[in-house]
Write a protein that binds this ligand. Sequence first.
Ligand SMILES: Nc1ncnc2c1ncn2[C@@H]1O[C@H](COP(=O)(O)OP(=O)(O)OP(=O)(O)O)[C@@H](O)[C@H]1O
Ligand SMILES: [Mg+2]
Length: 453
Amino acid sequence: MKKNTIVGLDIGTTKICAIVAEVYPEGPPKIIGIGHSVSEGLHQGVVVNLEATIKSITSAVNEAQNMAAVAVTDVYVGIAGEHIKSTNSPGVIGISNPDLEIKKKDIERVIEAARNSVKLPNDRQIIHSIPQTFVVDEQTGIKDPTGMYGSRLEADVHFVTGAITYVKNLGRSVERAGLNVKGFVLEPLASSNSILTDDEKKLGVVILDIGGGTSDIAIFTEGSIRFTKAVALAGEIVTQDISKVLGISYDQAELAKRKFGVADKRLITEDELIEIPGLNNRPTKTISRYELAMIIESRMRELFEFALESMKTSSYFDYLPAGLVLTGGGSLLSGIENIAKEIFNLDVVIGKPQKFTGLSDVAKSPIYATGVGLVLYGNSFEQINQSFKNFDVSKTQETVNTSKTNTSAKNQNLNSVQNKEPQKTETKKDDPIDKMKIEDFKTRMVKWFQEFF
Ligand SMILES: Nc1ncnc2c1ncn2[C@@H]1O[C@H](COP(=O)(O)OP(=O)(O)OP(=O)(O)O)[C@@H](O)[C@H]1O
Ligand SMILES: [Mg+2]
């Protein structure tokens, strides 16, 4: 039997990873294949060498599809880098329907109004438009106003934008590797799918995904994403420092960091010595582990201070009861929570991917937060599309409600579509005009959703 699969492709600065998961109408996805390669063609999240990137993508995807024993054709691709910017913008419209009931098209219009007030330079494109909350007349804090009555509708919308050329180069690399891009997903948004609970997002939480080239920030409050930013300080800079200060090669420094590195020097005694194997027939080098820890700690403190400054530019940073969740390969350094707690003055935990079955021994590492998150994102997205394909016009209300129930537990980020109140059925069975209206509604909902996410 042909497996129904979804593939997440995390094109990171240091590693490219493809995750293949089998998906079902109910329940979590099951990861059946993981493939990796060293990322050769990226710098700080953006493609700088197309051919090298294509080669690395092909190698990771081949490994994943061999393990999964399925052919990979379509992928959800993570996107990040300093070129990514985000902004919140309000939109306001009057409700024109004679009965003042708010319809889906009004939601499209208010988001369009918010989009029109964003000044988008010619060289940038919108990657996500995510509605956060709505106001109907004077009533605030509404997650989904569909079906409510009102004369004025306002929306706060979070827009994520990227440099067109960078987005195109990423897409080109994936396509030249023989794959079809099903969607680009902001990497910290993908990571948040796999490592955060709905409760954390409702309470208020910030994630910091410490990768190789960039550290990506995302803030959530009241279940919605509020702020995203990437800072160009991450694991590679730490390795470069170790290499320079200790006079060892980059590869030796990377090995030393991963094997013996800690982010809090208080965890190490000053007299501890470690041996770093010589690479390419060079002699073994003996170094002080305390000195290694000092280098790592000072760089991590600097990285955190930098990230803190970025976070403070968001007004949502002031109240985050669920604290800070660290993830990405950089979060694997022992003692990193101690340093983060001191600098951010927040509760700190390490975020590991959840909400899936299969290969959990491997995939529960923070380095897979984005890859697993891409799979979860794709699964929620396709379940919503599927629920519309299976739409039975004679059971309008039941089918719409079922689609809501099936998807709502999966992905808080999709709440603009999920958290619907039951739709009122205004249709008479077998009325061709009403059938057309429902078809139109289905098409618009899918289009609306595709555009927003
Ligand atoms: N066990 C470990 N201990 C310390 N650091 C580690 C460990 N494993 C990986 N890292 C560091 O994590 C970084 C890579 O993390 P990750 O795989 O999340 O990055 P990426 O996704 O390739 O990059 P980016 O997200 O910036 O594009 C590297 O700098 C690496 O040195
Ligand atoms: Mg990454």
